[in-house]
Design a protein around this ligand. Structure first.
Ligand SMILES: Nc1ncnc2c1ncn2[C@@H]1O[C@H](COP(=O)(O)OP(=O)(O)OP(=O)(O)O)[C@@H](O)[C@H]1O
Length: 362
C-alpha cells in the first residue's frame, strides 16, 4: 500500500493544502521547526488514530483555530481507500473510511499500515515497563484484532476489581471478587498467551537483524506476571494466573490495587547477557531500538501480506553510514518518508521542501 495523496487543514503549523506523494522514497527536507515532523504525524494519525508523539488530539489543532481535518488516499491493489480524521474542540473525533464512520479509533487499525521510526524509539529501551507494554500492545493489536479487544475488556474488569477491593476494605464480603477474578483470568490468560508468542517471534527477528549489523548477542525475556519460564498453553496460563491472584489477595487488599496480571508485565532485552536498559551504551540502545522497529516492520509484512508505509522522522542523522545503508536497503521497495534538514544527504525518488508549514514539491 502507499499513500497517494494527503490533505491537511488546520493541522499543527501546516498550511491548508493537498500533497501528492510517490510510491518510493519521499524526502521531506527543510530547516528546523518548519513542519516536517508534523506532516509525518498527520500520516501516522490516519494509520493509528493517535499521535506518535503522545500528544492529545486537541493539541493537534492549529493555534487559534477550533478544528482540524486530515484526509489520505491510500492505494492498495489499484484501489483507493479514503481515510478521514476530523476533530473539533470539545466534540468527538470523526473517523471515516470510504465515507463510513467508524465507531472508535481502534477500528482504524489494520486499514493503513505504517511503521514509524523516531528518536523517541529509544524510550522503549530506556524507560520503565509501561513504555514497553504500550509498545508491544500496539504492535500486537495491529496484527491480532482480538488482542486489542482482550486488552480493553481486561482493563475495564481490572478497574472494577480495584473498586471492589476498596469496598471489601470498607466491610463488604469477599465473595463478589470471584466473579471479577474469573473474567480477569479469562482475558488475562489470552493476553499472556499472545504476548509470549509475539515476544518469541520478536526475539528471533531481532537476533537475525542484530547479527547483520553487529557481533553482539541478544536475548529477549518475557517478564510475565505468573512465573512462566517457557512457552505454554492457555489452560496452564489460566490456572497459574488464578493461583497467583488468590495467593496475592492480602497484598491486593493492603494496596487496594491488583498486584498480578498482564498490566504489571514487561520484557527485558539482554545484550551479551546484560540488561540493555541498565548496562548498554547509548549507541547500543539506539541500535537495539532500530532492530525493534525493523522487526515490527518484518512481522507486519509477514502477518498481513501487505506493504506497510515507513515513516522515518529525524532518525537518519543519528545513524552511522553502515546502519544508514542497512536500513535503506531493508526498506527498499516500500513507500518511505524521510525527514531531514539537508536535501543532499539522501537519495530519494521525490523531494519536498517544507517551509513555514508549506509543502513544496520539486
Ligand atoms: N498546534 C499547533 N499549531 C501551530 N503550530 C504548532 C502546533 N504544534 C506545534 N506547532 C509548531 O510547528 C512547528 C514545526 O514543528 P515540527 O515538529 O514539524 O518541526 P520540524 O520541521 O520537524 O523541525 P525539526 O527539524 O526541528 O525537527 C514548530 O515551530 C511548532 O512550534
Amino acid at each position: 500500500m502507499y499513500i497517494r495523496e494527503l490533505f491537511v487543514d488546520n493541522f499543527r503549523n501546516l498550511q491548508k493544502q493537498k500533497v501528492e506523494f510517490c510510491d518510493g522514497v519521499n524526502i521531506l527536507y527543510g530547516l528546523n521547526a518548519q513542519g516536517k515532523s508534523n506532516l509525518l504525524e498527520s500520516i501516522r494519525i490516519l494509520s493509528m488514530g493517535r499521535s506518535f508523539r503522545g500528544s492529545k488530539t486537541t493539541e493537534l489543532i492549529k493555534f487559534g483555530e477550533d478544528y482540524f481535518y486530515i484526509r489520505a488516499l491510500v492505494q492498495q491493489d489499484n484501489e483507493d481507500k479514503k481515510i478521514e480524521f476530523a476533530y473539533k474542540k470539545n466534540e468527538n473525533k470523526v473517523i471515516k473510511i470510504n465515507g463510513n464512520k467508524l465507531k472508535s479509533a481502534s477500528e482504524l487499525l489494520g486499514h493503513f499500515l505504517t511503521v514509524i521510526f523516531s528518536p523517541e524509539d529509544l524510550n522503549i529501551i530506556k524507560e520503565g515497563p509501561s513504555h514497553r507494554r504500550k509498545y508491544i500492545d500496539s504492535c500486537i493489536s495491529i496484527v491480532r484484532k482480538s488482542y486489542l479487544y482482550n486488552i480493553i475488556q481486561y482493563n475495564k474488569i481490572l478497574a472494577n476489581r480495584n473498586k471492589v477491593l476498596k469496598s471489601i476494605k470498607e466491610g463488604k464480603g469477599r465473595e463478589i471478587l470471584e466473579v471479577f477474578d474469573e473474567q480477569l483470568v479469562d482475558y488475562g490468560s489470552k493476553i499472556i498467551l499472545t504476548r509470549q508468542q509475539y515476544i518469541k517471534t520478536m526475539e528471533s527477528y531481532v537476533k537475525k537483524i542484530l547479527s547483520e549489523i553487529s557481533k553482539e548477542s541478544v536475548d529477549i525475556v518475557y517478564l510475565n506476571s505468573i512465573g512462566l519460564k517457557e512457552m505454554t498453553e492457555e489452560e496452564i496460563i489460566k490456572n497459574k494466573l488464578k493461583e497467583k491472584l488468590a495467593k496475592n489477595i492480602d497484598l491486593d487488599l493492603k494496596y487496594l490495587t491488583t498486584q498480578t496480571g498482564p498490566h504489571r508485565e514487561d520484557f527485558k532485552i539482554l545484550i551479551n547477557g546484560y540488561d540493555s536498559r541498565i548496562y548498554s551504551s547509548q549507541g547500543q540502545q539506539r541500535t537495539l531500538a532500530l532492530c525493534l522497529k525493523l522487526t515490527e516492520f518484518e512481522i507486519l509484512k509477514s502477518e498481513t501480506n501487505k506493504r506497510p508505509v515507513l515513516l522515518l522522522d529525524d532518525v537518519m542523522s543519528e545513524l552511522d553510514d553502515k546502519r544508514k545503508r542497512y536500513v535503506l536497503e531493508k526498506l527498499k521497495g516500500f513507500q518511505t518518508f524521510i525527514t531531514h534538514t539537508n536535501k543532499n544527504d539522501l537519495k530519494g525518488d521525490c523531494y519536498f521542501e517544507i517551509k513555514n508549514g508549506v509543502v513544496i514539491k520539486e
